[in-house]
Ligand binder design. Sequence first.
Ligand SMILES: *[C@@H]1O[C@H](CO)[C@@H](O)[C@H](O)[C@H]1NC(C)=O
Ligand SMILES: *[C@@H]1O[C@H](CO)[C@@H](O)[C@H](O)[C@H]1NC(C)=O
Length: 417
Amino acid sequence: MEIWKWVLFGILFLSAFVVKIEAFKLGRSQPTERISGSAGDVLEDDPVGRLKVFVYELPSKYNKKILQKDQRCLNHMFAAEIYMHRFLLSSPVRTLNPEEADWFYTPVYTTCDLTPNGLPLPFKSPRMMRSAIQLISSNWPYWNRTEGADHFFLVPHDFGACFHYQEEKAIERGILPLLQRATLVQTFGQRNHVCLKEGSITIPPYAPPQKMQTHLIPEKTPRSIFVYFRGLFYDVGNDPEGGYYARGARAAVWENFKDNPLFDISTEHPTTYYEDMQRAVFCLCPLGWAPWSPRLVEAVIFGCIPVIIADDIVLPFADAIPWEEIGVFVDEKDVPNLDTILTSIPPEVILRKQRLLANPSMKQAMLFPQPAQPGDAFHQVLNGLARKLPHDKSVYLKPGERVLNWTAGPVGDLKPW
Ligand SMILES: *[C@@H]1O[C@H](CO)[C@@H](O)[C@H](O)[C@H]1NC(C)=O
Ligand SMILES: *[C@@H]1O[C@H](CO)[C@@H](O)[C@H](O)[C@H]1NC(C)=O
């Protein structure tokens, strides 16, 4: 019995090695490949001229003042809410005339309340959001016209507009009732989940673009690592058994492959982290518990094929980025077979994925650069909003018609902010 295990391992190891050699011999210096069909074209769309956005002017206590209190908000992975505001203020799609606007945007920084460790606390967010909506609905006539159906909001919290970081609590809360008709722009994306409503736009988490740019290594460097991952496998503090954290997927990766030479995995975060990703063929993205993990953004930026282990995930800009073609999707239950799954991918398939990943428009769509650049994540959000136009006539309410219930939801949320 034992000997068969070793023979099997030998075969797996050898075949993997051949793939590895092929991939790194050809991988890095390959030309890029455009996505044929609509996807590539959509990514390069210019939203200017296709929509007009009115930015509500709110008292600074909803945005600037909050940021002044904690500058760390500019760097955490939910910082898109701040950068999107800045982007829109100087964007050519902005209109100062609300009468001609297709979309209304309310700049409210609901994730910028951080613990000393830098984790966002969403407890005040519902009251703050409610207060902002109360303000716009009483000072301008546009909210009441549709009760938010032509308004969009950035809600990059863990579970979007459910405003809680624990999934159970988030599900219990559900999406803030006042946002039920609005379009939500959020990092959270999971099918059939109460915290993702239809028509939402899923965006990548914010990852500092300059920081990644400074770690680029020469294009021709061989990809000598087969599978790479750095990050937590267990949430020791909250979930030592590993069943809940990442729905057990990270724990399974560790248990099955910690001693496998094809897998370069560890909890240590080396200073060569970004360089290592550029030397790897596959980068694991076990996103289950944390759909917004920057791992995915980093893999795309560094041309490392993302191995997405997250059943039912909705990935960023999934209607524009052909994730199935770029990445590898592995069911959570199949994690114990990861080695076989990855080593049996034919080299030509790997090479094609690498060529697609080398496409600059793919990387651009993952980033929120300052200043903004054509095709970046800001532009993808606008493209997503433009594709929803024109609004259906049915979103405009009859005079006096009301759909939203202003007193629905947890009583605690009704307290003034
Ligand atoms: C919008 O409707 C609410 C009642 O639902 C009302 O209190 C408010 O004054 C209205 N806003 C405007 C600008 O008329
Ligand atoms: C609004 O929600 C509150 C609290 O859940 C509920 O008591 C009330 O009946 C609802 N009103 C309407 C008109 O549905």
